[in-house]
Design a protein around this ligand. Structure first.
Ligand SMILES: N[C@@H]1[C@@H](O)[C@H](O)[C@@H](COP(=O)(O)O)O[C@@H]1O
Length: 385
């Protein structure tokens, strides 16, 4: 037990993110459209990097996502870099996820996405870029090495992420363990369907598996910034912000993070209660923005120690072949039921969330009518400050 400071918790086993008196504070910024939401985030990231003043030996460590939502953010960051306003020379990046089985030069690999939209246009040294290798011969070892690389640079300072329509962050699909770390995940049908737009709208071309940072990997970062734009994200935002922490909507885990920031456009707030929207808008109108809301973000030396990874248990597909060479991950992108999950045995197998989303629409309405307590809770919190 620590002599001072908080008790270690399952979410923060080393008690590193908390200081006495600190509390988790959900920050939500609402802008009218994807462009202005993205401008806010790009400015926020630039400001964080500049405040940190990174050097070669003390780089700013940035977690990055792919997806349509962050594309505008990357575009703005590139413009600001070209205008000489920000350098990424002393920035180290870790990408959230990558498809299993896609070679890095596949046009839809997350490697390709990142170089196309960001890395090729800024001054980040190639050796500072970390992206999971979806074709690694030993996927479990690749995941462990990724966590080790994060630990070696002292953890992630700011993790930028998007959110799936079913509330997933990175590829932490509904049912993911909130204690999860980087691992191989089976994709939910809804995610395969959503991502088929990048694969000629042919779901048979979408990989069935991905490697992804875990919820715990994200929770360990100093700060998490989520971009959510469009009406198709509205349920995820409602579940993630207004309901309790729930592994079926993994975005909700951020309620327990000390420095979460969700930046939405107006459409992504459509399922939130009007009073929830007004509450968060009111905080900003009162003269603060995300940089001054919540506990102060203190940069301090870290003694980051990653949680031990489970003992490696090679799946049958990863067992050496009789001649001793390791089995390769199949390049065939069709359903592969033999490539078993190696680190998600404790997690639910994802299925279609569509019906659940319709049910929850009705459930949400019920609770609005019968149990309208949000304003009371918020009022109490505001009075306490
Ligand atoms: N793994 C990615 C997520 O990191 C991303 O947040 C999500 C939403 O992407 P989009 O922004 O395109 O809606 O898509 C994928 O599933």
């Amino acid at each position: 037990m620590a002599l001072w400071g908080p008790e270690p918790s399952p979410i923060d086993p080393f008690g590193l993110s908390e200081r006495p008196g600190d509390v988790a504070t959900m920050r939500v910024i609402i802008r009218e459209d994807p462009q202005t939401a993205s401008e806010y985030i790009a400015e926020y990231i630039i400001s964080r990097i500049k405040t940190y003043s990174p050097t070669e030996s003390q780089p700013f460590v940035l977690g990055l996502p792919t997806g349509s939502s962050p594309e505008i953010i990357y575009k703005i960051l590139v413009q600001r870099h070209r205008a000489g306003e920000i350098s990424f020379k002393n920035v180290v990046t870790f990408n959230m996820d990558e498809y299993v089985g896609l070679p890095r030069d596949h046009p839809e690999s997350y490697h390709s996405f990142m170089y196309k939209h960001f890395f090729s246009h800024v001054d980040i040294p190639p050796q500072n870029i970390n992206i999971l290798d979806g074709t690694a011969p030993d996927l479990t070892a690749e995941c462990a090495s990724f966590e080790a690389r994060i630990a070696r640079v002292g953890g992630i300072e700011l993790f930028l992420g998007g959110v799936g329509p079913d509330g997933h962050i990175a590829f932490n699909e509904p049912g993911s363990s909130l204690n999860s770390r980087t691992r191989v995940k089976t994709l939910a049908y809804d995610t395969i369907l959503a991502n088929s737009r990048f694969f000629d709208n042919d779901i048979t071309k979408v990989p069935r598996m991905a490697m992804t940072v875990g919820i715990q990997t994200i929770m360990d970062s100093r700060e998490v910034v989520i971009v959510a734009t469009g009406a198709h994200k509205a349920f995820a935002i409602q579940k993630g912000l207004e309901d309790g922490v729930n592994h079926m909507w993994t975005l909700s885990a951020l309620q327990l993070h000390q420095h979460p920031l969700v930046v939405c456009d107006r459409d992504a707030t459509l399922e939130l209660k009007v009073k929830t929207v007004r509450y968060f808008e009111g905080i900003e109108q009162a003269g603060t923005d995300a940089r001054t809301q919540g506990p102060a973000l203190v940069y301090r030396p870290r003694t980051y120690v990653p949680a031990p990874l489970p003992a490696k248990r090679p799946s049958p597909r990863q067992q050496p072949t009789p001649d001793g060479t390791p089995q390769k991950v199949p390049m065939d992108l069709r359903i592969n039921t033999e490539l078993q999950r190696s680190m998600e045995e404790d997690e639910l197998t994802p299925d279609s969330m569509s019906s659940r989303m319709i049910d929850s629409a009705v459930g949400g309405l019920d609770s609005t009518l019968k149990n309208d307590l949000v304003l009371d809770r918020m009022g109490a919190r505001m009075a306490a400050h």
